[in-house]
Design a protein around this ligand. Structure first.
Ligand code: EPU
Length: 340
């Protein structure tokens, strides 16, 4: 059945930056049959589509002259053991953090490093969410999506999703074409703490915890995030606005010679991932304010809406950050959120 279409719909409450933008059409979808009905609706033919989860990795820079589909597929179902993992299927519209917490309470740990990441489960694969030493890809079995071109549901493996650092096929070849309906998580049957990330190990040490259990990691990650990252409910933001840039060993050597305190993490193959927050901070932009947009005081990688900012204002600040960092370090930062 065709879901109710709302016209000239305000998206302000549906993007974590809290910017105002209107959708020509907006609808909520709870299953594949509703997507099929949307695809068959002549008045929507040829219109651009934007699939919305929690709206927490999105910058709207103007009104959207098309159809916004808000995915609200719910449910959590244990599928049983498969090899070394427990498989759990979760509806795309379920809130990510609530799911992490619920699985922990059900005795299915394995996602605690990813606690408090805003957004819904269906959005998690799109940017391969990651934090504190873990990425979704490491806890992922498959997903069920609906394909607008074939009009059919399709199951996709991790290989099909082509996960990278904050990246997947959904940001490229399949952008706007497939709608994620549910994800199947693979949670380790033999749980082991992932506590190597400096912030996490320091937090555990401060709490005098030597042998952390899942709940300890969960509590530590929640505490770190609350301290460093703004809560979108009070300060509009989309988490890290830029990806951490990856440079060659030679580039890294050149940079560190001039900037000895530069923060970088070695990757395989000799490449180095640089802390974009450090670059922005060193370019003097931490805490900057331009109109109603700003660079967060406690984490320079996060752009914030200081109240009533437009998407254009936030984008202009993002460009300034890119330009200043490029000028000082010769590196062009790449935005992480989807910019529409
Ligand atoms: N730093 C600064 N200035 C700052 C903030 C940080 O110099 O204002 C330096 C610190 O010295 C620190 C380094 O930058 O050593 C890295 O900072 P942090 O550990 O906070 O992590 P990040 O690299 O800035 C990434 C993710 C976050 C994730 C954290 C923890 C990206 C783009 N961001 O941030 O993800 O929570 O690591 O794993 O990879 C997100 O994607 O939205 C997000 C919040």
């Amino acid at each position: 059945m065709l879901p109710t279409l709302q016209e000239q719909f305000s998206l302000r409450r549906f993007n974590s930056f809290g910017v105002e933008a209107r959708a020509r059409y907006f609808c909520r979808v709870r299953g594949a049959d509703e997507l099929a009905a949307l695809a068959a609706e002549p008045s929507l033919a040829g219109l651009p589509r934007l699939v919305l989860g929690g709206g927490s990795n999105l910058l709207l820079t103007g009104d959207f002259d098309g159809l916004v589909i808000k995915v609200e597929v719910g449910g959590l179902r244990e599928l049983g053991e498969a090899g070394e993992a427990w498989h759990v299927e979760v509806g795309a519209g379920e809130n990510w953090h609530a799911t992490v917490e619920r699985l922990l309470a059900l005795g299915r740990p394995g996602l605690e490093n990813l606690a408090l990441i805003p957004g819904n489960c269906g959005a998690a694969p799109i940017q391969n969410i990651g934090a504190y030493g873990m990425e979704l890809a490491e806890r992922f079995d498959s997903l069920l999506a609906w394909d607008f071109e074939t009009g059919q549901p399709v199951r996709m493996s991790a290989a099909d999703c082509d996960f990278g650092y904050r990246d997947s096929v959904f940001k490229h070849a399949l952008a706007g074409r497939r709608v994620i309906l549910s994800i199947t998580l693979a949670l380790p049957r033999q749980w082991k703490a992932v506590a190597g990330y400096a912030d996490v190990s320091q937090e555990l040490k401060a709490r005098a915890i030597q042998q952390p259990g899942p709940r300890d990691i969960f509590d530590a990650v929640v505490a770190i995030r609350r301290r460093k990252l703004p809560d979108p409910a009070t300060i509009g933001n989309a988490g890290s606005f830029f990806k951490n840039p990856i440079v060659s060993r030679d580039e890294y050597r050149g940079l560190i010679a001039h900037h000895p305190s530069l923060v970088g993490y070695p990757l395989s193959g000799g490449r180095v991932k640089l802390a974009a927050a450090w670059l922005i901070d060193a370019a003097g932009l931490k805490g900057a304010t331009r109109g109603r947009a700003g660079v967060y005081e406690k984490q320079a990688l996060v752009l914030v809406n200081r109240g009533g900012a437009s998407g254009g204002e936030i984008l202009a600040l993002a460009r300034e950050v890119q330009d200043k960092v490029a000028e000082k370090f010769g590196i062009r930062l790449e935005p992480e959120p989807v910019i529409v």
